[in-house]
Ligand binder design. Structure first.
Ligand SMILES: [Zn+2]
Length: 179
């Protein structure tokens, strides 16, 4: 069976803290990476334009990544002192319900993309999200229409995301995306 696969790459400069990481540098310091975010769509057939999907239709995914650009990503389990301080003094703070590892960022991206495509009525695609944190570290998350959705975007990102969305995202771009 023939499959076609297309991939688009987006970039962000993002800071985080990874509690429970083996490396003390990651565990105890706010630090940043030049992230690259890949989104891949696979299909068994092409549309009438000869494409798996035109990425021009998928601007919300670019907007999703842009949300992370020059943002600080914190785990919800950080102390209230830290979360309040960061939110009081910085504009772009994202609180994740899970530890902000490349794996969990990839899960958030794949779920966001699936929600977005489902809401647009686009089905039949296998979605892979890959997040590269360093030149040697890469995490991928995959989902297809046949998979049960075992988590949702709101499992990954806290409600604070909706505040950031409304502050920084073009609502037209997000039309059809579940809040
Ligand atoms: Zn890191």
């Amino acid at each position: 069976m023939e499959y076609m696969k297309i991939t688009k790459t987006y970039f962000s400069e993002t800071a985080h803290i990874v509690r429970k990481a083996y490396s003390e540098r990651c565990r105890f310091n706010v630090h940043g990476h030049s992230y690259s975010w890949n989104i891949s769509l696979e299909s068994r057939k092409l549309n009438e334009a000869g494409m798996v999907r035109d990425f021009g239709d998928l601007k919300a995914i670019k907007a999703f990544v842009d949300l992370f650009d020059h943002s600080l990503v914190l785990w919800q389990n950080e102390t209230n002192n830290i979360k309040e301080f960061m939110n009081d003094h910085f504009h772009r703070v994202i609180i994740m319900k899970k530890n902000p590892t490349a794996e969990n960022m990839a899960r958030a991206m794949v779920q966001f993309t699936k929600d977005f495509l489902d809401n647009k009525g686009i089905t039949g695609l296998k979605i892979t999200a890959g997040v590269r944190e360093t030149s040697t570290g890469y995490a991928e998350s995959m989902i297809s229409d046949n998979d049960d959705v075992f988590y949702s975007l709101t499992d990954e990102l806290s409600e604070d995301l909706s505040n950031l969305m409304s502050r920084y995202w073009d609502t037209k771009v997000l039309e059809g995306v579940k809040k």
